[in-house]
Write a protein that binds this ligand. Structure first.
Ligand code: SF4
Ligand code: MSK
Length: 615
């Protein structure tokens, strides 16, 4: 039976493609979610454990069947251990991305990666100063050493306000080393090790702080050094950025290391000439997910969409190559690209996919690999079947690239105008809205409605990841969107010429939000937990989002989740996260599926913080 596409997405381009998929019998994530119903109730509550082979064990949430695993683990222990393993995976993903960037930076510094250069010398010099080193190689070595450190501290954690660092120390959650904290989670959650849920969750906080103020921040900072610190630029977003008469190449995943090279290769005149010989008018590189965010904010490269649009983009039949690196890439793309001429090209030594052609990327030969990939796409143009092409003519302009440096510059070189606007109440507070899509909720519905509600109530929104792309598609990243904001925020945006929703980048760039929060807190002489600020992930799905949510709360920011985390099988763990954490890190989680109610929770929190600050 035909599905109502409006129940799957609020984005018109996605609705159009979902309709095409239904008519042509192409399966998408939404169809597969339906086939998964009913979802496992034990899994949803976090009550199943397969950490050893006496199990798998599961706890009866109604207390009628098993109340303990074979080893005696209770619901509290099992839920906490499962949560920690998600944090470990998420922190590992971000941090391994950071390690990859640091490795490239080191090779570049040693003269072994000729395709890369320093693009932001000022940032390089300020990082050298921060690390107390005199040479670029010494900086590369010091940053690489952060991953294997045993005793800490991680240098960037010292960007947090002194009160926050003091609190981390007091509770024993100041990270000692990035890899160490992740490994310790895996150790402690092994059968028969750490069986105290509070003690476990404290370790989860220590590991996720090593992500936000460690691995993710390293990725952001060194990417800025090598590819340039973003500054405001205009571009376009949504599936309509695919061009009917050009060779379309989508770069998808999370790292800019290869996509920057693909960009360079695609603008090579010889390559453009080759595309013309194949009958195309040019080569059109577009982004998807966070790789998309990376090239969008640095070069204004148009972006085709967010997480749930990756299959829909292929279904347009107009994609010559879907080039992927790491994270958030659906293995379903293999079978789907097989229905079209599209080449599915994997590039990371860490990530292979069924149905993909593997063209492995190494820093030493980056531009050569990029050229080979672009050439493969160009040659593939002739194989496009025009009868299968359907590109929705829907795209929206957006203004992107608000790094912390760009925000300060937009404010005239100091944070004072923003602090003044917050103190006067023109800007009620700051909402950080981030995170994925999840077919369990209507695509983009949570993102867009929450953000609209926040700006209407004079909350300045900063955004990254898939939320940023949802906002781009909905026109919220334009200065004109100030018309949708409350009077105070509208006035501030108009006087500065900025949108009410500031695009700060990809998922690892949530570290930029931490840096901004620390700078504002320091300027006000308070801790981050005192700020009139709140976070949200309305449609989150990935383990990285679990780590992000935890480090945002661990940094002192109240955070609302729009899909239910698998922790409610333990009222003790759920209570600790939604209430008890306040006494430790000064912030908690809330879970609210309705974006309007979630925005209200954030606004109420912001108001109570303002009251406490006496503003
Ligand atoms: Fe069961 Fe305990 Fe083994 Fe988990 S660790 S599978 S609860 S016996
Ligand atoms: S891409 S982690 S779906 S935000 Fe960063 Fe989007 Fe979430 Fe991936």
């Amino acid at each position: 039976m035909a599905k109502d596409v409006r129940e799957r997405s609020i984005d018109p381009a996605s609705q159009e493609m979902l309709d095409v998929c239904q008519r042509t019998g192409l399966e998408t994530a939404w169809d597969r979610l339906e086939k998964q119903q009913p979802l496992c109730g034990f899994g949803e509550l976090g009550l199943c454990c397969r950490n050893c082979n006496m199990g798998p064990c599961r706890i009866d949430p109604f207390g009628e069947g098993a109340t303990k695993g074979v080893c005696g683990a209770t619901a509290d222990i099992i839920v906490a251990r499962n949560l920690l393993r998600s944090i470990a995976a998420g922190a590992a993903a971000h941090s391994d991305h950071g390690r990859g960037v640091a490795h490239t930076f080191k090779l570049m510094s040693e003269g072994k990666a000729p395709s890369y250069q320093v693009k932001d010398k000022a940032k390089l010099e300020s990082l050298m100063k921060e690390y107390g080193v005199d040479t670029q190689i010494a900086l590369a070595e010091a940053i690489m050493a952060e991953f294997g450190k045993q005793d800490g501290p991680l240098q960037f954690t010292r960007r947090a306000p002194a009160k926050r660092v003091e609190l981390w120390r007091k509770f024993g959650i100041d990270p000692r080393g990035i890899d160490r904290e992740i490994v310790e989670i895996m150790h402690r959650t092994h059968i028969g090790v750490d069986n105290d849920y509070v003690h476990l969750i404290l370790q989860g906080l220590r590991a996720c702080l090593a992500d936000g103020w460690g691995g993710s921040m390293i990725a952001t900072e060194l990417q800025d050094v090598m590819f340039g610190t973003p500054s405001p630029t205009f571009s376009e977003a949504n599936l309509g950025v695919l061009e009917p008469n050009q060779v379309n190449i989508i770069v998808h995943g999370h790292e800019p290391l290869l996509s920057e090279m693909i960009m360079a290769a695609a603008t090579d005149p010889a390559m453009v000439e080759m595309a013309k010989k194949e009958g195309a008018v040019g080569i059109n590189v577009v982004g998807m997910c966070c790789t998309g965010n990376e090239v969008l904010m640095r070069h204004g490269v148009p972006v085709a969409g967010n997480f749930l649009q990756q299959e829909l983009a292929v279904a347009t039949g107009a994609v010559e190559a879907m080039v992927v690196d790491i994270q958030c890439i659906m293995p379903a793309l293999g079978a789907l690209t097989g229905c079209f001429h599209t080449k599915f090209i994997s590039t990371s030594p860490k990530a292979k996919f069924p149905g993909a052609t593997h063209m492995e990327f190494h820093e030493e030969t980056a531009i050569e690999t990029a050229k080979a990939i672009v050439e493969a796409a160009v040659v593939n143009y002739q194989s496009r079947n025009p009868s299968k092409v359907h590109i929705p003519s829907i795209k929206t302009k957006c203004m992107v690239g608000f790094s912390v440096e760009a925000i300060v510059s937009a404010l005239g070189g100091t944070l004072d105008p923003l602090l003044g606007a917050i103190t006067s109440g023109a800007v009620r507070g700051i909402g950080a809205v981030v995170g994925c899509n999840n077919p369990k909720v209507v695509h983009d519905y949570g993102h867009i409605n929450m953000v609209k509600e926040l700006i209407k109530n004079n909350v300045l929104v900063v955004t990254t990841g898939c939320n940023a792309l949802a906002c781009a598609k909905a026109g919220l990243l334009l200065p004109e969107a100030a018309e949708m904001a409350g009077e105070g925020l509208k006035g501030v945006c108009k006087s500065l010429g900025i949108p009410p929703v500031l695009h700060m980048g990809s998922c690892v760039d949530i570290s930029r939000i931490l840096v901004a929060a620390a700078a504002i807190a320091n300027a006000l002489g308070v801790d981050i937990s005192d700020l009139p600020a709140a976070g949200a992930a309305p449609e989150w799905m990935s383990e990285k989002a679990v780590s992000i949510g935890a480090y945002v709360v661990g940094s002192g920011v109240y955070t609302v989740l729009g899909t239910v985390p698998p922790v409610f099988g333990s009222s003790a763990v759920a209570g600790l996260l939604t209430s008890g954490a306040k006494d430790v890190v000064g912030a908690t989680f809330a879970v609210e599926l309705d974006p309007y109610k979630a925005a209200s929770l954030m606004i109420d929190h912001i108001d109570s913080q303002r009251k406490k600050l006496g503003i």
